[in-house]
Design a protein around this ligand. Structure first.
Ligand SMILES: CC(C)(COP(=O)(O)OP(=O)(O)OC[C@H]1O[C@@H](n2cnc3c(N)ncnc32)[C@H](O)[C@@H]1OP(=O)(O)O)[C@@H](O)C(=O)NCCC(=O)NCCS
Length: 180
């Protein structure tokens, strides 16, 4: 059931991912990625991308990666979203930011209920703890109006553009930053 009531919002718990989350994260990531980007249906390129990118073994490796912070959001013992921060990832447009928010995914029925905000809050706390600043950067597809609006609401500002390349396709992304 969608988590839209105040009572349900109170049950959102964010915690670091553990190895046992890996299969759940892989399934969740594929579902969110396809529902966000496979707007014209699934083809071989997209299928190969998600099945190669979002694997349980890659999520296990992320839980063990000292240069990454993988957070999950749970409601009633089910994962409904996750965030991935990587440290030490340079972005020439924002040289003062050492941390990239690589991924922020919320399962569609739980969007609009505060899960993304809770994950972003904990991601920012992890960045502050690790780097001593709030500075972070991320890239987001220019067509992803909901995510762009969400990040704007949370104070991120555009610093430039980049492209996500998949097969023959070049997908324009905003490069956004939060600079304290
Ligand atoms: C973008 C995303 C992470 C937001 O997470 P969420 O759990 O829905 O976000 P929250 O419920 O915490 O907050 C939503 C807020 O964003 C605002 N928002 C949503 N769409 C918006 C838009 N188009 N313009 C402005 N604000 C918008 C809402 O008004 C809401 O604010 P409110 O709490 O004051 O009402 C989520 O929608 C998601 O995972 N989408 C699919 C994957 C994706 O696009 N990820 C980002 C890729 S970079």
């Amino acid at each position: 059931m969608p988590a839209t009531s105040t009572e349900e919002r109170d049950t959102i718990a964010v915690r670091p991912a553990v190895t046992a989350d890996a299969h759940t994260l892989a399934a969740l990531a594929i579902q969110v990625w396809l529902s966000t980007y496979a707007t014209e249906g699934v083809n071989d390129l997209l299928a190969r991308y998600v099945l190669g990118e979002f694997t349980p073994s890659k999520f296990v490796a992320l839980t063990e990666d000292a240069a990454a912070c993988l957070l999950v959001a749970e409601i009633d013992s089910h994962l409904v979203g996750y965030a991935l921060v990587r440290f030490g990832v340079a972005q020439p447009l924002i040289p003062s930011a050492e941390a990239e928010l690589c991924t922020l995914y919320v399962q569609e029925p739980f969007t609009g209920a505060g899960v993304g905000t809770a994950l972003l809050r904990e991601a920012r706390a992890s960045i502050r703890k690790r780097t001593g600043t709030d500075a972070l950067w991320l890239s987001v597809n220019v067509k992803n109006r909901r995510a762009c609006g969400f990040y704007e609401k949370h104070g991120l500002v555009e610093k430039g553009r980049t492209h996500f390349v998949l097969g023959e396709g070049r997908h324009e992304n905003h490069v956004l930053a939060l600079i304290p």
